[in-house]
Design a protein around this ligand. Structure first.
Ligand SMILES: *[C@@H]1O[C@H](CO)[C@@H](O)[C@H](O)[C@H]1NC(C)=O
Ligand SMILES: *[C@@H]1O[C@H](CO)[C@@H](O)[C@H](O)[C@H]1NC(C)=O
Ligand SMILES: *[C@@H]1O[C@H](CO)[C@@H](O)[C@H](O)[C@H]1NC(C)=O
Length: 221
């Protein structure tokens, strides 16, 4: 009898510790989904996983990195994909996606953080590479409000989602320019699919050049 009470106490303490320590959930745990695109925990596997994931016979990336989710989301929701890139931050140097059925090239706008153009739903939010964040990060923008955006992603916290998004991130507007502000994490900007209605930021002509694949991996910061 006494033993079983000890075990119950131990379990309660363990549970409290797990809840309070905000530990990332075990690798592969289903965290939530957006438009039926499921996200899984990448806990402890950061850039070390060598397991590829696939959707519709296309390699989506390494389980379960941010790039893997972004590519899988684009394939499932928009029938689009992007070429292989060494780092998540390198998505900021792509000039196009491609249609997975026709192969047609779909031009992209590269919109810097601090642009006159608001992010739009379906844009890819791109984080800079830093020491803490050595491959950068990418998240799909799934909602755009007046003071925040919602994103869906993998490999950021690796916690259970509370809705059809992983996080809300603050968005400020200063002098008609839009800034996405995520604590001390540097955001390069967002990649938007070109369409007629989309705001065009002329400053974007000064954006970094396209990643062509011939230079060393993860070169750009
Ligand atoms: C990822 O990490 C888990 C431990 O958290 C381990 O069991 C699993 O084998 C790892 N997977 C890969 C592909 O490295
Ligand atoms: C995140 O933003 C969405 C859309 O505005 C909102 O419905 C939701 O309640 C927000 N979640 C949190 C945790 O603030
Ligand atoms: C957004 O851009 C502004 C202007 O370039 C910069 O000062 C700020 O640090 C950036 N914010 C983030 C979160 O990266």
């Amino acid at each position: 009898m006494k033993n079983s009470i000890d075990i119950i106490m131990l379990l309660l303490i363990l549970h409290a510790w797990l809840v309070s320590s905000n530990k990332c959930l075990p690798f592969g745990t289903f965290l939530g989904s957006n438009l039926e695109v499921k996200a899984f925990s990448n806990c402890h596997n950061n850039s070390l996983s060598i397991d590829l994931n696939y959707h519709a016979d296309i390699v989506t990336g390494l389980k379960y990195q941010s790039v893997e989710y972004a590519r899988r989301w684009l394939i499932q929701v928009k029938n689009l994909a992007f070429k292989s890139i060494p780092c998540a931050s390198d998505i900021y140097h792509l000039n196009s996606f491609y249609d997975i059925s026709s192969g047609e090239s779909i031009p992209l706008y590269r919109i810097p953080n601090g642009s006159f153009c608001k992010p739009n739903e379906g844009s890819l939010l791109i984080y800079k590479r830093t020491k803490k964040n050595p491959i950068g990060h990418v998240a799909i923008i799934t909602y755009v409000g007046n003071d925040h955006i919602s994103v869906s992603e993998q490999d950021w916290g690796n916690q259970m989602w509370s809705g059809d998004y992983s996080r809300n991130i603050t968005m400020n507007s200063v002098d008609s320019k839009y800034y996405v502000v995520d604590n001390n994490n540097k955001i390069l900007g967002w990649m938007s699919i070109k369409n007629k209605g989309l705001c065009v930021d002329n400053k974007c002509q000064t954006c970094p050049k396209e990643y062509k694949g011939e230079e060393s991996a993860c070169l750009y910061e």
